[in-house]
Design a protein around this ligand. Structure first.
Ligand code: ACM
Length: 556
């Protein structure tokens, strides 16, 4: 009989061989780790110590039950060998954490609790596992602007990403509806731009739509973000910050109207959604301010990647502002499109001078101005990604279908509020990033894949977990595993894997459909269908040929 825990590993490992017998951890558990493995060993001691109540002590290899050995080189691959007497994880430094993750999946799922259950035996089946990721970028984007996520929510989310061998957390920190990062040089960003008086109900696109009448907001101090970065790094996860420019800047320009296109215009932090015309201007005083903001951001986030957004920016405000027109003339820049090229080029150079790389949504490939090492996140389907790859840029695949997890998980009206109908677990699992890639010779520019949790209509933490899980388990397997199974086999494995989420207390959507308390009902979370995914794909595909959003999809 194959051991259940071995055959329910999620995402599926490259190679698994079951051996006879099992390892039973007994207090005190000796842990041997070389200096390169010290951090992974610390994490194992802290997390397993809390969940199991076992005592973990340093030991030499001869006496140890758990051995972590650092191999030379890079990469996230690992080898885990479990025998009756001991478990050995051998990996380059970045791979050790994945060996620890798999070891945890082989122990009783209760090791994802925060305190020990009585009467547990902490056993793991004897085996040899050789494993490596398919893609180096296995990401998740959290929109913390439209609805704020408390710091603890992000830390918890990091635990769940780590459970699935995910390694990138992209934080969408600024948008029309809120600015979420403390910037010491610009205090009004937190005083004014970090909150709004109310939020339009559903996917409201006008100030005249009904709203909830409740203030909403929040921000992270720089120390909060440093804590998040360090917590994620300890779990093998890089945090990539996004400041969305030049569009989606209503909150920024509400706080500092002089950075907007019409300084006399009264701008308020967004209370409804859609594509706004509140862009930052590209004038020298604004460019200098954005550099100051980015310098503070770079001091918080050590990631080589800085995401500068670039999506959904109608350029009419740049065309219509006399000051911007005069500035373009003084630079010899012909039109607003060329000014966008200048804008991207400027910040690509700025980031390069600080040793970082620019990444942005796929509109930016349309305008150009990228540095050779800039990268594209392809969201309007594959076209932007293919164009960028052909031009030699790295690409992260984040297409609306099937990586936008703000779409409902089924067509049933029982689903809670979602942006549209629907992206199922099966859709996510079936996603093959290369399938629609025309020139396969450029597919090696694809760094990986990422799911998106846009939060216009994801209202609270429970709702967030419901939309994320279990689709994130499927995305993780797409991103990690070269050994993907068919959907039915995945679904059967997932039924067991979900026990791990149960112990952690995740509000996932059961495979059979929502629990009664997860349904949308008729209140604030009542299901509404704003977008049908198939219709959305048709207009996104059209739009992907150009930069500016179609007029009918702008909110004001
Ligand atoms: C996006 O969905 N506007 C990147």
């Amino acid at each position: 009989m194959p051991n259940e825990r071995l055959i329910t590993l999620t995402p599926l490992p490259q190679h698994v061989e079951q051996r006879p017998g099992e390892l039973i951890l007994r207090s005190p558990v000796g842990v041997a780790a070389d200096s390169g493995a010290a951090k992974a060993a610390d994490l194992l001691r802290v997390e397993l110590g809390r969940a199991t109540g076992l005592r973990f002590e340093s030991a030499d290899e001869a006496a140890a039950q758990l051995i972590l050995r650092t191999e030379a080189g890079d990469g996230e691959h690992y080898r885990l060998e479990i025998e009756a007497q001991r478990a050995v994880i051998s990996a380059p430094q970045a791979g050790l954490i994945h060996g620890v993750c798999t070891l945890r999946q082989l122990l009783p799922a209760a090791n994802w609790r925060s305190a020990p259950l009585p009467g547990m035996t902490w056993s793991a089946p004897a085996c040899v596992i050789e494993d490596r990721p398919r893609f180096g970028w296995r990401g998740c984007m959290l929109d913390v602007t439209r609805h704020f996520a408390a710091k603890q929510t992000i830390l918890r989310f990091i635990d769940l990403l780590a459970m699935h061998h995910m390694n990138r957390l992209h934080l969408h920190l600024s948008d029309d509806q809120g600015w979420r990062v403390e910037i010491k040089a610009y205090p009004r960003l937190t005083e004014i731009a970090s909150h709004r008086p109310h939020t339009g109900l559903g996917f409201a696109t006008s100030p005249n739509d009904p709203n909830d009448g409740t203030p909403h907001g929040g921000y992270y101090t720089q120390d909060d973000l440093r804590e998040i970065v360090a917590y994620a790094a300890a779990r093998g996860i890089m945090v990539i910050p996004e400041i969305d420019l030049p569009g989606h800047s209503r909150a920024l320009t509400a706080a500092y109207p002089e950075f907007g296109c019409f300084p006399d215009k009264t701008i308020e932090v967004g209370t409804y959604f859609g594509i706004s015309s509140d862009l930052v201007n590209p004038l020298p005083h604004t460019i200098a301010a954005l550099e100051t903001i980015l310098e503070e951001l770079l001091a918080i986030f050590p990631a080589p990647w800085i995401h500068l957004g670039g999506d959904e920016a109608p350029l009419d405000p740049w065309r219509n502002s006399p000051a911007i027109r005069a500035h373009m003339a003084s630079l010899g820049v012909e039109n607003a499109e060329a000014m966008r090229t200048w804008f991207t080029a400027h910040f690509a150079e700025f980031l390069a001078a600080h040793g970082r790389r620019l990444i942005g949504w796929d509109e930016i490939i349309h305008y150009g101005g990228l540095a050779p090492d800039s990268a594209i996140m392809s969201w309007r389907g594959e076209k932007g990604g293919m164009k960028a790859a052909a031009a030699g840029h790295d690409v992260v695949m984040a297409p609306v279908f099937p990586t936008y997890f703000d779409y409902a998980q089924s067509d049933s009206a029982d689903e809670p509020l979602a942006i549209g109908q629907s992206i199922t677990l099966e859709d996510v699992y079936a996603y093959e990033p290369s399938a629609r890639w025309n020139d396969k010779s450029t597919f090696d520019k694809v760094l990986g894949v990422q799911c998106q949790l846009w939060r216009e209509v994801i209202l609270d933490d429970a709702h967030l977990e419901y939309m994320a899980f279990p689709r994130l388990c499927a995305l993780a397997e797409v991103a990690w595993s070269e050994q993907r199974s068919d959907f039915d086999a995945f679904r059967a494995r997932l039924a067991h894997h979900l026990e791990r989420l149960d112990h952690y207390g995740v509000n996932y959507r059961p495979l059979e459909g929502p629990h009664p308390w997860q349904k949308g009902g008729t209140g604030r979370k009542a299901y509404q269908m704003r977008f049908n995914i198939k219709e959305a794909l048709a207009w996104l595909d059209n739009w992907a040929e150009s930069g500016e959003p179609p007029a009918e999809h702008r909110s004001e």
